[in-house]
Design a protein around this ligand. Structure first.
Ligand code: FE2
Length: 291
């Protein structure tokens, strides 16, 4: 049986306005990190990747403002199943100890930055469906990645691609995004450009590894997809395409009622020239048979 005792020096403090996050320790179902936030900077607590992750934040030193209340050393906050990011302001240089009931939140936290969260919030204001849709797609993609034993790095890139695959919709006019009826050809062509916008935004913020996956989410195996009509789609892109379509099919929209999960899986299985059937079967196991 594994056993150990570890002593460590506190990580070297650095100056800066972005939170500095250091992983202090981790085991299967727990992770301990240290957040260091510069005076007057804003930071975010983001929804966790998986439902049911408990997070505990203990203020070691400094002072923060949340909801017009000031919290100081020895105060703490707990986070469980929040749906949207919330903002906290550091009134002084602040150090926070962070404990999570799931390993992996640390690396997720590192990937977020203020700019991206603001973009997501802007999308949410514009199109609530997209925001919720991206959160669900992110979760399924993560679970399929784990089921397939993909590497942590591959899962992380795929999850980020899933979370931000529709971020480009921020640049699509409201009347097209929320149109109740069928889109005209011109409107549909414009709608399709969201993929390119997403790619540009994410490549700048999170790099090409993530944007290269995201650009594939509307591509289909028979070449009938967009924006390029490629047939040879890498695994992460095939996963994202299946999950994105599944969620779109099963969600109620202004102009249509969502299908039952079973019906959507059946339809995806009938479209075997378009969707990777192995991925559809894994999704079926995870969401219907709850493997
Ligand atoms: Fe999309």
């Amino acid at each position: 049986m594994k056993s150990y005792i570890n002593f460590s020096k506190s990580p070297v403090q650095q100056e800066g306005f972005k939170p500095i996050v250091k992983l202090l320790g981790a085991e299967d179902n727990i992770e301990v990190s240290r957040y260091e936030v510069g005076k007057n900077s804003m930071f975010f607590v983001n929804p966790t990747l998986q439902v049911g992750t408990y997070e505990f934040y203990y203020i070691v030193s400094g002072k923060v403002l949340y909801n017009d209340k000031v919290y100081t050393a020895n105060d703490f906050y707990e986070v469980y199943n929040i749906d949207e990011p919330f903002k906290i302001k550091a009134l002084e240089d602040t150090v926070i100890l962070f404990i999570s009931s799931r390993a992996g939140e640390f690396s997720d936290a590192l990937e977020f930055n203020e700019n991206l969260v603001e973009q997501l919030e802007a999308i949410q204001a514009k199109d609530h469906y997209t925001f919720e849709h991206c959160r669900r797609v992110k979760r399924h993609v993560h679970d399929i990645g784990e089921y397939l034993n993909l590497s942590d790095g591959d899962i992380k890139n795929m999850v980020l691609a899933a979370y931000f695959h529709d971020v480009g919709k921020i640049l699509i006019p409201d009347h097209i995004l929320n149109k109740a009826g069928k889109l005209t050809k011109e409107e549909y062509d414009l709608m399709k450009t969201h993929v390119i916008h997403s790619e540009t935004i994410i490549q700048e913020n999170l790099g090409k590894e993530v944007s290269d996956i995201l650009i594939l989410h509307h591509e289909r195996l028979d070449g009938s997809g967009y924006p390029k009509g490629v047939k040879d789609i890498p695994l992460q892109g095939r996963i994202l395409a299946v999950v994105d379509s599944f969620d779109a099919m099963t969600t109620d929209r202004v102009y249509k009622k969502g299908m039952k999960k079973e019906e959507a899986i059946e339809e995806l299985l009938s479209l075997n020239h378009q969707y990777d059937q192995e991925i559809v079967k894994i999704l079926e196991k995870l969401v219907i048979k709850k493997a």
